[in-house]
Structures are given as C-alpha cells and as structure tokens.
Write a protein that binds this ligand. Structure first.
Ligand SMILES: Nc1ncnc2c1ncn2[C@@H]1O[C@H](COP(=O)(O)OP(=O)(O)O)[C@@H](O)[C@H]1O
Ligand SMILES: [Mg+2]
Length: 595
C-alpha cells in the first residue's frame, strides 16, 4: 500500500484525530504533523481516524499533514538485540539522561533498531545446501551474538520453498541477504533480520503443557509456589513492597537463556537506577555480565504514555523471537498498571464508554492477549526444538487494594500469583510474598520434576510447610485475643516451627550473595532440617517436655544460618545440627526422666 495523506482535525494530548485519509487500516502506522511523529491508528469512526501518538504532541496544530504508511507497528528482530536498551518504539541506546527527562528525545526521529554497519559472523548450518527444501523456522545458520548466546538465523514464518542461493559462512550486516528461497511464485531474500508486527503473536507449531519449573533461586517461589517454564504470573503489591527488586532479581538469577526487562511507566530516576545496576550486574551463576543475555526496554513516566503499550508488546515480540530459536526466555514487565493507566487516558480522550473506575471495557482482553503470549512451545522448524516464554507482570494497585480492576482482571489470566504483602515489607520480611494469598497452578505440573530432585519428598514437605503456616495464622489470631500462655504445648511448638520457616527459609536477602540465589538442593536441605526439628520436638512435647525447654536448645538455631552459606558449607552445618541436636535431645530426655 502506498502512502496516503490526511489532515489533523483535532489534538487531545496523545490522541490525534485526522480526516481525509483514504482507506485507513486499524493499527496502521502513521506519521503525524510536519515533524512526522510516530502514531498508530486505533479507531476509525466514519471519516475520522483516531491516532495514538507515541511522541510528545505539544506544538502540533490542526490542519498539519498526516501520512499513513500501510505498515503495522513492527519490531526489527535480529542480532544486536541482546545488550541493547530500547524505548517503547524500539529506538536503541536510550541514554540514562533520557529516562530521567534530562535529555530531550528528538521527535519524529526514525532510527534503525538494529545497527546497520555492524558485521556479524554468520555460520551456515551444515546440511543447508542449494536445492534443499526448507520451511518456516528452519535454521539456516547461526551467529555468536554474545559469548553466552548463539543467535539462530531462521527461515521467517510463512516462507516455504527451495534454497536457490545460500551465503558462505562469513561476515554480514543485518541487511545483507544470506539466502534466497524460491517459493515457486516468488523469490524471498532472507536477511540476518526479520520484521514482525508487535501486536501479532509469532506462530509456533504447538503449545505444550508446562512440565519443568523455571528455577528462580527464590525458595518461596521454587519450592512453595513454583513457576513453570512458559508460565504466566502476576506480582501485585503496593508501593515499596518490593516489586521492582523482585523482578530484577528474577531476571538476574532465573534460569533463563534470555532475560527481558520492560520498564513501563515507572519513575525515570528509579528506572535509571535499575538500568545502571543492570549494566553493572554480573550473572554470578554463569560468570558473565548480565547484558550478554538481556534486553532492556524502558518507557518511563515522563515519556509519552501511549508508548507504554508498545513497550510491553515489543518485549513480548522479542521474547517470542528468542523462544522460536529454542530458548527459555523470561520477560518481566514493571508495571502493567502504568500500561492500564495509559489505556484509560487514551480511552478517555476518545470519549469511549468507560468501564470500571474509568478503565476501558477492553482492558481485560488486552491483559489476556499479553499474558497469552507466554507459553512453552514446539517451535516452527525442527519439531524437536522447544522454547518457552515466561511472563511476570507487576501490578501496582493504588493503596495496595487488590480488588481494583487491573489486579482483578489480571488474576483471570495468570496461573501463578505472588501477592506482595505490605505488612511483611514493613517488617522487612523479603521477598514480601504472602504465603496466605499467593498460589501456583503449576504445582501439579512440576511435581514430578521437583520430587525427583528431592528424593521424592518435595510435594509432601511443601504441603506440610503450607499447613504449618496456615495453622500459624489461625493461632496468631487466638494469641492476639487471649495471649500465648493459654495455647496447648503442641501449638506453641508449631509457632516456633512457623517462625523457623519464615526466617530461615522464606526470607531471602537480596543483598547477601550466598542467599540471593538459593539452589533447589539448599532450599530442600533447609526444609528437611526444619521438619526434622519439628518431628523430634513433637515427640518430646508429647512425652511431656515443655516448649520453653526446647526453645533453650542451641542446635536448632543453626538452621537459621544454613541459607547464609554455599551449599557445601550448609551441608556441613546440617550435619553439625543433627549431631548436636541428637545430643541435646538425649540430655533433655535424660534430664526429664531423672526428675
Ligand atoms: N528482597 C529484598 N531484600 C532486601 N530488601 C528489599 C527486598 N525487596 C525490596 N527491598 C527493599 O524495599 C525497597 C522497595 O522495593 P521496590 O522493589 O522498589 O518496591 P516497589 O517496586 O514495590 O515499589 C527497596 O529499596 C529495598 O530497600
Ligand atoms: Mg517499583
């Protein structure tokens, strides 16, 4: 479609109404005004076309030109994505000053998302030859994009045919053709990059049921509310409950090949900090800088609101692209509430019928579409190639009230909930994930895997932990009313054990390198020790030993320290605990019998 011209009829903040555009298409990209601000058609009503503009619209005037491009808002996908910081329109190299508003982003500037001059070493796949039949998703070659990420050059979706020409291994730019595929009707030039519309999910062969956990290094997630590879999760929490810290930690420690951080509508200085630390962060587990497997997309609160949506969609598109290569990708979006607020603003400007609290009626379906892009799939191409995109979205309910529309609608589409609790955060219990409100529907799917690595015990232990914690909540209600003295001894013991679970197991410091990441083995070791303490102590209590006597024992306090050590040393501590605990119990029993 060639470009067509219209005129600005009305301007309302990020919304521009145009007229005179011939056959406009929904979601078509338009250039607005003399400066050519980038916008997208989001509604067509009679002769009027509604455009959400992704750049600052101040200074635009009625009557200025509007140019429709016939293209959909798209992402450039190819080598060079990793390690780059983009804005919501995939403009690269956002400097930190731009995030805070100190540096003004020039409007209407169209820059390439991928560096055009950089040469990449392309290694042609063995077996890919002239005359060979290929189809969508087949890997033609690869590029070592960073020391820890091999970028696969794939036949783009929708292309099927015979290789007419294929480049030798060598150095190429993203614009150079590396293969020509004859489809019968046409000759398709495959370059080192693809272009894909951000609103359209990338195709795959088959969606698979989640079966493997995505290990995050957080005990409360991995061993209590596990997330599956390809899972979708929400992290709602009031201001200061630790959403950003948790999301950052997930991208840093999570067992993902590629991590994508979408900063959406949060404050510029906060995001600048996040970005700085991201740049400096070292992926200790792999011994490499984080940037070698990360993409950062930033659209701060001082950047145009409409681009919050594109930042989220861009993240999903890039995530699917690496998923298609057979990687496990983790996408975190902070915060989806800011995106929803942008929807509300645009919808208001369009004078649409408002839904709950002014959010548009389509809020729910937009959220659903976003989370639906998560999943574990068999990719196009080699049926053996599976990849996954796991999504965590933070939600910032005003006043921490989870009954507001964004939280409530998000809950309809996610499968794992990590509810951050304000009281826990104030008590410095981090991560402030509430064990009473959170859940994971992946438990049964990953049960086999986690049982296997824990000698068949995980599921049982996990349920015991939750039962203890739930019972603790009931007991604490009673204690609040009548004080702790009236509780039966067994209940007093349960409170001790619950405390141990909370402080020795659930709490994890982000700032202690031994604790920030906890392996499954270490987490399981702590579970085992706590339950061993519980079982033995229960026997003591039942044979008449009062709980205050058990509280006086020294060895149980060792359990609190396991988490602060590497696995080997934690194991030593565990052995030390078992030995001394046994002795102490014998003495205690000897003592009681002697009385
Ligand atoms: N896991 C953690 N360990 C230690 N401190 C934390 C942790 N998570 C959050 N905090 C503390 O809480 C503060 C607020 O966290 P932040 O993630 O910015 O909250 P939110 O994004 O929900 O507003 C942090 O600056 C930090 O001091
Ligand atoms: Mg935050």
């Amino acid at each position: 479609m060639s470009s067509r011209l219209g005129r600005i009829y009305r301007i309302a903040g990020p919304l521009v109404v145009a007229e005179g555009l011939e056959s406009p298409r929904m979601y078509e990209v338009v250039y607005v005004g003399g400066e050519g601000l980038i916008g997208e058609i989001i509604a067509i009503r009679g002769e009027k076309v509604y455009i959400q503009v992704y750049e600052e619209t101040t200074g635009l005037t009625v009557g200025e030109r509007v140019e429709a491009t016939g293209r959909l808002l798209s992402a450039e996908l190819g080598p060079g994505l990793i390690g780059t910081i983009y804005d919501g329109l995939q403009r690269p190299e956002i400097e930190i000053g731009k995030l805070t508003g100190d540096i003004f982003i020039k409007r209407g500037v169209r820059v390439n998302s991928l560096d055009r001059s950089r040469k990449w070493v392309f290694n042609r796949s063995s077996g890919v030859k002239i005359g060979e039949k290929v189809s969508e998703g087949d890997v033609l070659g690869s590029i070592q994009e960073t020391p820890i990420l091999e970028h696969k050059v794939m036949v783009p979706p929708g292309v099927k045919g015979v290789i007419e020409w294929i480049a030798d291994s060598g150095e190429y730019t993203v614009e150079e053709t590396v293969a020509v595929i004859s489809t019968g009707e046409a000759k398709i030039e495959v370059k080192l990059h693809q272009v894909w519309p951000v609103r359209v999910p990338r195709p795959y062969r088959e969606k698979l049921t989640p079966s493997e956990p995505l290990i995050t290094g957080k005990r409360v997630i991995d061993l209590v509310f596990p997330i599956a590879k390809g899972g979708k999760a929400a992290i709602p929490g009031g201001f200061g409950t630790g959403k950003t810290v948790l999301l950052q930690s997930l991208t840093r420690w999570g067992h993902a090949d590629v991590a994508i951080f979408v900063g959406c509508g949060e404050r510029g200085n906060e995001m600048a900090d996040a970005l700085k630390s991201f740049r400096e962060l070292f992926d200790v587990r792999r011994g490499r800088p984080m940037m070698e497997r990360s993409v950062f997309i930033a659209n701060t609160s001082n950047m145009p609101v409409a681009a919050r949506e594109t930042s989220v969609l861009l993240g999903a598109t890039i995530g699917e692209y690496f998923r298609d290569m057979g990687y496990n990708v983790l996408l975190v979006a902070d915060s989806t509430s800011r995106w929803a607020e942008a929807m509300r603003e645009i919808s208001g400007r369009m004078e649409e019928m408002p839904g709950e609290e002014g959010f548009p009626a389509y809020l729910a379906s937009r959220l659903a579409d976003f989370y639906e892009r998560a999943g574990r799939v068999t990719a196009l191409g080699d049926p053996q190639r599976t990849g996954s995109l796991t999504i965590f979205g933070s939600v910032s309910p005003p006043g921490g009230d989870f009954s507001e529309p964004v939280t409530r609608n998000t809950l309809r589409y996610i499968q794992a909930l990590y509810a951050l609790d304000y009281d826990l955060a104030t008590r410095r219990h981090f991560p402030a994930i509430s064990w009473l409100m959170s859940y994971s529907l992946y438990v049964d799917f990953v049960k086999e895997y986690l049982n296997e690595v824990s000698g068949g015990k995980w599921y049982e232990y996990r349920n015991l932990f939750l039962k203890i914690l739930q019972r603790e909540a009931e007991l604490l209600d009673i204690v609040r009313l009548v004080g702790p003295e009236t509780l039966p001894e067994e209940d007093k013991l349960l409170l001790e054990v619950a405390k141990m679970i909370k402080e020795g197991f659930l709490q994890q410091s982000e700032y202690d390198l031994n604790d920030a990441y906890s392996s499954l083995e270490k987490g399981f070791l702590i579970m085992e020790a706590i339950l061993e303490f519980y079982n033995t102590s229960l026997k003591l209590v039942r044979s008449g030993v009062p709980v205050f006597k058990i509280r006086e024992l020294k060895s149980p306090y060792l359990i609190y320290r396991f988490k602060l050590y590497p696995l080997d040393e934690a194991r030593n501590l565990y052995n030390m605990f078992r030995e001394t605990f046994k002795k102490e119990v014998e003495e205690l029993m000897g003592g009681t019998h002697g009385e």
